[in-house]
Ligand binder design. Structure first.
Ligand SMILES: NC(=O)NCCC(=O)O
Ligand SMILES: [Zn+2]
Ligand SMILES: [Zn+2]
Length: 483
């Protein structure tokens, strides 16, 4: 059964051109003029782009005494409705739990996915078992390991643990990732703020100033450099963190920064709302920032010093957020965005001229597929690539609302935003997965995507490390052993 997309303009990370796309067996089999197939999808007036890849989601995540409200069913349904055809979720072992045991739990959860998925593995503690199992995790095609530098007392790892894990990543060709906030300082500031009567959601923002993120980002970059491994920094939200990434890149380090659509488009004023629910619903880490930081993130995307746009989709209901009434440290951290990432980025990025269409594709799909070891299977419009595609109508408009969204959450942090640019069709491995406002891919359609370990970047770094490794100076008449 073949499908042809006709009359559209293909937009990739580097090219824009008119051509038809022919799909069979879930893959693109031809690109060119005058193609025909059994099913015809009309893309008149539309752009044909690689489906979005969200590299950062937390679906059905156990966190802060509860579970995030969207599971793989509702979360991936939301993804497809917004033009995202793949998510990478975080498998999260409880401290002391084995990585492979955690993976079994995530395999079960993900069986309900409507779209393709992969996992990152979180390193929440350190020991021989973790060291050994990291290899088995990589052999399963999970080639990235996340480290929380915050959430002291639960998920946080210390520098020595991070250094050990980064070195292991270097050996395995895996990408270490960090949630970069100084967890010790956040904990101390939170205690002080609570003692001074700052108990509301705004206390969350006060407890996590941009300095805690800038410091941790720089520390993680230096630790990665000493371990001889690239680094992926999740939810980069501020100029200080961006500056550290920029500087590292200018010094030849391979570091990637990932702003979230929330940080790009929503600001800290949300926390000062007199409506407690409104403010608490927006509590996430790092918190929303001011315009100076937002401008820095946009500039980073345009200039290439920041590489990917994600959501960190970790939705909670209002009822869950109310666990933190009277104590902001108990408000579950996280916001949603899976359905809204692409329309919001298009509206506030492409239609405003901050990003080109090609940059849009790069930061929502292609760069992510490359960094995460699955290009060109994903993130490409090329013969042989999976037909994960969006037929994007740049004129289509809607007002974002919790009344019509797919998420299980009872609110939407983008409520009331008018977006221009929406998918007319979303295709997942050739299947029409979203059309005419409805998700049509069945539950369980999603498949696990095994990823390959880092090739070029890790090899380049290890060659450079070997070349510049400490070695004794050979001196005539002085034995190397010192005897
Ligand atoms: N970001 C956030 O507040 N919640 C999800 C967990 C994390 O990524 O830190
Ligand atoms: Zn995080
Ligand atoms: Zn996260």
């Amino acid at each position: 059964m073949s499908t042809v997309i006709k009359n559209g303009t293909i937009v990739t990370a580097d090219l824009t051109y008119k051509a038809d796309v022919l799909i069979e067996g879930g893959q693109i089999i031809a690109i060119g003029a005058g193609l025909s197939g059994e099913t015809v999808l009309d893309a008149t007036g539309c752009y044909v782009m690689p489906g979005g890849i969200d590299p950062h989601t937390h679906l059905e995540m156990p966190f802060m005494g509860t579970y995030s409200a969207d599971d793989f069913e509702s979360g991936t349904r939301a993804a497809l409705a917004g033009g995202t055809t793949m998510v990478i979720d975080f498998a999260l072992p409880a401290p002391g739990e084995g990585l492979l045991d955690a993976l079994k739990v995530w395999d079960n959860k993900a069986a309900r996915a409507h779209c393709d998925y992969s996992f990152h593995m979180a390193v929440t503690w350190w020991g021989e078992q973790v060291f050994d199992e990291m290899q088995k995790v990589v052999a399963r095609g999970i080639t990235s390991f996340k480290h929380f530098m915050a959430y002291k007392g639960s998920l946080m790892v210390n520098d020595d643990e991070m250094f050990a894990s980064f070195k292991r990543c270097a050996e395995l060709g895996a990408v270490p990732m960090v949630h970069a906030e100084n967890g010790d300082i956040v904990a101390e500031m939170s205690t002080k703020l609570l003692a001074e009567g700052n108990t509301g959601p705004e206390g969350h923002a006060y407890s996590r100033p941009s300095q805690v993120e800038g410091e941790a980002t720089n520390r993680a970059i230096m630790i990665a450099d000493m371990a001889g491994v690239p680094l992926y920094v999740v939810h980069t939200s501020c100029e200080e963190a961006h500056e550290a990434i920029r500087r590292a890149k200018m010094n030849g380090k391979r570091v990637w920064g990932e702003p979230l659509i929330q940080h790009l488009t929503l600001d800290e004023s949300e926390y000062f709302s007199e409506d407690w629910d409104h403010a608490a619903r927006r509590v996430m880490s790092p918190p929303f920032r001011n315009k100076k930081h937002q401008d820095s993130l946009w500039a980073g995307l345009a200039s290439g010093t920041l590489s990917c746009v994600a959501t960190d989709h970790c939705a909670f209901t209002t009822e869950q957020k109310r666990y933190g009434l009277g104590d902001f440290t108990k408000i579950p951290n996280g916001t949603g965005g899976l359905e809204d990432r692409l329309p919001m980025l298009w509206s506030e990025g492409v239609t405003t001229g901050r990003l080109t269409m090609n940059e849009f594709v790069a930061v929502t799909s292609t760069n992510i597929a490359k960094i995460m070891g699955m290009y060109p299977k994903k993130g490409a419009v090329l013969v042989g690539a999976d037909a994960d595609l969006i037929i994007w109508d740049p004129q289509a408009r809607k007002t974002i609302s919790a009344k019509s969204h797919q998420s299980a959450s009872d609110y939407n942090v983008f409520e009331g935003k008018v977006v221009t640019g929406l998918p007319r069709y979303t295709l997942s491995r050739g299947l029409v997965a979203f059309a005419e406002g409805k998700v049509t891919a069945p539950e369980g359609h999603g498949e696990f995507v095994a990823r390959t370990p880092m090739g070029a970047e890790n090899r380049a770094l290890s060659s450079w490390k070997a070349l510049t490794a400490p070695r004794p100076v050979v001196r005539a008449g002085i034995p190397a052993s010192g005897v």
